[in-house]
Design a protein around this ligand. Structure first.
Ligand code: ZN
Length: 112
């Protein structure tokens, strides 16, 4: 997980290439060699950038700089997927326990 130094976005940075994929595709379709060169040029300018504001200085969240940004801007960190899934599982477990309890109670009442 990373944090953007510019806008405080928390998440993963994305690949940002220069040029555009439409031009690249056209060059590949009509002129194989220029297409290849254009692709090389684009890869050469590739950098990691913030998906929100396009700033290219995203720092790891657990780095000293990342922690400082979080503290200074009072950024509430998003709950990660694993915690969410655990909550979902425990809810299902509770429902199963309740259903199980109802069945047990019904069986006890029925046997009397
Ligand atoms: Zn940003």
């Amino acid at each position: 997980m990373k944090i953007c130094k510019s806008c405080g976005y928390v998440g993963e940075d994305i690949d940002r290439k220069r040029g555009d994929s439409g031009t690249e595709l056209l060059l590949w379709l009509f002129f194989i060699f220029p297409g290849f060169l254009y692709s090389l040029w684009r890869r050469g300018g590739q950098r990691r950038a913030c998906p929100k504001c396009g700033h290219d200085e995203m720092v790891p969240l657990d780095s000293p700089i990342g922690k400082k940004i979080v503290e200074e801007n009072h950024i509430s960190l998003p709950v990660n997927g694993e915690t969410g899934r655990k909550t979902g599982l425990s809810l299902i477990q509770i429902i199963l326990i309740v259903i199980g309890a109802i069945i047990i109670f019904a069986a006890i009442n029925g046997s009397k």
